[in-house]
Design a protein around this ligand. Structure first.
Ligand code: BTN
Length: 313
């Protein structure tokens, strides 16, 4: 069902964008077949949503300062996207929706998060201009394959960022994407497992796009090139390509795909886990459980199921 309010917003924005000069309230009212007061209410709600619309005696102007992620901004309205100006964390709403049995690929997006979550109980700083979303998945694979969903997402996103945005990035085990040694994207997953099956798996993705990188160890698309990018295009393409990947590939093929664009294998690394363990060695491979295999100086292979890795020179 297409929302009537959203259709009106789409029409108003398109009139403002396609007119050089001001658009009168009467012109908009005629087009929408509503009163001028109704137009004014719509304009006010758009302003509240962050659109810089200026009202002057001759009409309204739009001062476009950034891309917006609202559903009416997508060419084909995306009813599976729930878009918020600000949330604590998209993971919270996603968990509620997943428990309420929403459809797979329902996606919660926030322009900003006040308590964005990272892996290992870290904070994910989420200032305006980044892309922050949680995609609710209804996995078909048995729970032992849960890691395929994050490896697959990292592989698809790296490919899109390289190919469509011309930024050379690579995947770092387990769920990061880097530009040179700087983090540009992180993925966090939460899931509900029941027996061998996964009831839901929420894929939380944070990408530094048009924002300034919140940490020195990170970067953003804009920090690299000085340009602004269309986050809708990135989100939409990701959804499309990720669905395709899951539909058309077996877990082993997805694992191989991750390996082709990764930054980890064959490098000297140091791994630290949240249990206080640490290992150094060469990252040899990822095995069929998604674990990282690290070869130490004695040529012994250690299997790391989780942890953070640091590159050694
Ligand atoms: C990490 O690298 O530590 C994972 C970061 C994941 C951040 C994303 S932003 C959207 C979603 N909501 C959150 O609170 N976290 C994830």
């Amino acid at each position: 069902m297409v929302n009537k309010n959203n259709n009106s917003r789409k029409t108003i924005l398109s009139m403002l964008r396609n007119t050089s000069g001001a658009v009168s309230g009467q012109k908009i009212a005629d087009k929408l077949m509503v009163s001028r007061v109704a137009v004014w209410k719509q304009i006010k709600s758009l302003q509240e949503l962050g659109y810089h619309i200026e009202g002057t005696p001759s009409g309204y102007y739009l001062n476009e300062q950034m891309d917006h992620l609202f559903s009416w901004e997508f060419e084909k309205e995306k009813e599976n996207y729930h878009i918020y100006r600000e949330l604590n964390s998209t993971m919270e709403i996603a968990r509620e929706k997943a428990e309420e049995n929403c459809d797979g690929f329902t996606t919660i997006v926030a322009e900003k998060q006040s308590s964005g979550k990272g892996r290992g109980n870290r904070t994910w700083l989420s200032n305006e201009g980044g892309l922050y979303f949680t995609m609710i998945l209804r996995p078909e694979l048995p729970s032992a394959y849960y890691y395929i969903y994050t490896l697959g997402a990292t592989a698809v996103l790296s490919e899109i960022i390289n190919r469509d945005f011309n930024i050379p990035v690579s995947a770092k085990w387990p769920n990061d994407i880097l530009y040179k040694d700087l983090k540009i994207c992180g993925i966090l997953n939460e899931m509900h497992i029941s027996g061998d099956s996964i009831k839901w798996l929420n894929l939380g993705v944070g990408i530094n796009v048009n924002n300034s990188p919140p940490l020195e160890s990170g970067t953003s698309f804009k920090a690299i090139s000085g340009l602004d990018y269309d986050r809708r295009n990135l989100l939409f393409t990701f959804e499309e390509q990720y669905k395709k990947l899951l539909r058309e590939n077996l877990p082993e093929q997805i694992r191989q795909k991750w390996k082709t664009g990764n930054y980890t294998i064959n490098r000297k690394i140091h791994l630290k886990t949240s249990l206080g363990q640490s290992f150094s060695g060469i990252a040899e491979d990822i095995d069929a459980t998604g674990a990282l295999l690290i070869k130490n100086k004695q040529n012994k292979i250690k299997q790391a199921l989780f942890g953070d890795i640091y590159l050694k020179q």
